[in-house]
Design a binder for this molecule. Structure first.
Ligand SMILES: [Zn+2]
Length: 307
C-alpha cells in the first residue's frame, strides 16, 4: 500500500515537473505581436521603404535609382502580402490573418561576428534588429532565397539599406552598408553577397544592423537564429489569429542530423524544372520523381515538392 502511494506521488511530481517545463518552453517560443504595439523605424528617422500596392498585375519595387516592374505573382509571399501596405499597415492589420506555416528553408548566417547590441528596448525607443560588429567592406549575404525589394542609399537612420523578401514570406533588412551590390527585383539565393558592411546612416561605427520581419512586423532574429552556432534554431514558423502570432517550435536536438524536411514551392511565371532544380540544388530527375511528373512540363501556380 505504501509502495503504491509512493509510486503515485512520484508520478504526480514527474507530471508537474514535465508540465511546468513544457509550459515554459511553450511560453518562451511564442512571438506574439499585439495590436497595441507601435512601430517606428529604427533610430526614429522616417524612411520611404517603397510601396507594396497591388496594382493590376504588376508591382513596383524600389523607389529610387533603379525603378523596376516585376510581375506581382513573382513576389515571394504574394498571397500573404496581397493587401499589405508597408507604409501604413505596420502593425494594425485590417483583415485577420489566416493561419499559415512558414518553412524557413536554407539559411546562411552573416559573417560570424558577435552580436553586440540585441533586439529590444533602448533608452530611446526600440531597437528592431540586432547589431553585429562588422568591419567595413565585409561581405553581407542574403539570409534566405528571395527577391530584393529595396536597395536604397541614405534610407534615414538605416543608411544604405537592402531589404529582401524571401520565399518563406519573411523579410530581412541589412543596414549601414558601405556598398550595395544588388538591385530591386533581383533574385538572390541564400548566401549570395548583396553588399558590404559599413557605417552609413545613424551609426557610430562599422556594424551590420540585421532585422527579420513578417508583414512589416519585426521580431527578435535571435528567436529563430542561433548567433553563436550561426544556424537556425527552428525550421518552421506558424502564424495564426487576428494579431500576428508566430510560434517557433524548438527543433528536436536529435533531429539535427536527419535529412532536411519536405519543402514545397509554387511555380512562378516562366520557371522551368531546370530553374527550380538549380535553385534548390537538386536535379530535374529528382524533381520529376518526387512529384510523379511524366513530362518536363510544369505550369505557373503549380505546387511542387522540391525535397
Ligand atoms: Zn541596430
Amino acid at each position: 500500500m505504501i509502495y503504491f502511494f509512493k509510486k503515485q506521488f512520484l508520478l504526480l511530481i514527474l507530471f508537474f515537473a514535465v508540465s511546468t517545463l513544457m509550459a515554459q518552453v511553450d511560453r518562451s517560443d511564442k512571438i506574439v505581436f499585439g495590436e497595441s504595439d507601435t512601430l517606428s523605424i529604427v533610430d526614429d528617422n522616417d524612411v520611404e521603404l517603397g510601396e507594396d500596392e497591388c496594382d493590376e498585375d504588376y508591382q513596383e519595387v524600389g523607389k529610387e535609382e533603379s525603378m523596376i516592374y516585376i510581375y506581382f505573382d513573382w513576389m515571394p509571399g504574394y498571397g500573404t502580402y496581397n493587401n499589405f501596405d508597408i507604409l501604413t499597415t505596420h502593425y494594425k492589420h485590417e483583415t485577420s490573418l489566416a493561419a499559415d506555416t512558414l518553412i524557413l528553408g536554407n539559411y546562411v548566417h552573416p559573417a560570424p561576428y558577435k552580436v553586440y547590441s540585441k533586439y529590444g528596448r533602448r533608452r530611446r525607443g526600440m531597437h528592431y534588429g540586432i547589431d553585429l560588429s562588422y568591419p567595413t567592406g565585409t561581405p553581407v549575404v542574403a539570409a534566405f532565397d528571395g527577391i530584393v525589394r529595396i536597395s536604397k542609399s541614405r534610407a534615414g537612420g538605416y543608411g544604405d539599406l537592402i531589404v529582401i523578401r524571401h520565399d518563406n514570406k519573411l523579410e530581412t533588412y541589412y543596414a549601414h552598408l558601405s556598398r550595395r551590390l544588388v538591385n530591386p527585383g533581383q533574385l538572390v539565393s541564400a548566401g549570395d553577397t548583396i553588399g558590404l558592411g559599413g557605417s552609413t546612416g545613424r551609426s557610430t561605427g562599422p556594424h551590420l544592423h540585421f532585422e527579420v520581419r513578417y508583414m512589416g512586423v519585426p521580431f527578435n532574429p535571435e528567436r529563430i537564429i542561433d548567433c553563436n552556432e550561426f544556424k537556425l534554431k527552428v525550421d518552421t514558423l506558424y502564424t495564426s489569429g487576428k494579431e500576428i502570432k508566430i510560434t517557433s517550435p524548438v527543433m528536436n536536438p536529435q533531429a539535427n542530423d536527419t535529412p532536411p524536411s519536405k519543402l514545397y514551392i509554387t511555380v512562378k511565371k516562366g520557371q522551368t524544372l531546370g530553374h527550380i532544380a538549380r535553385r534548390y540544388r537538386t536535379t530535374v530527375y529528382k524533381l520529376k520523381k518526387l512529384n510523379r511528373l511524366k513530362s518536363d512540363f510544369i505550369r505557373e501556380g503549380q505546387r511542387l515538392r522540391v525535397r
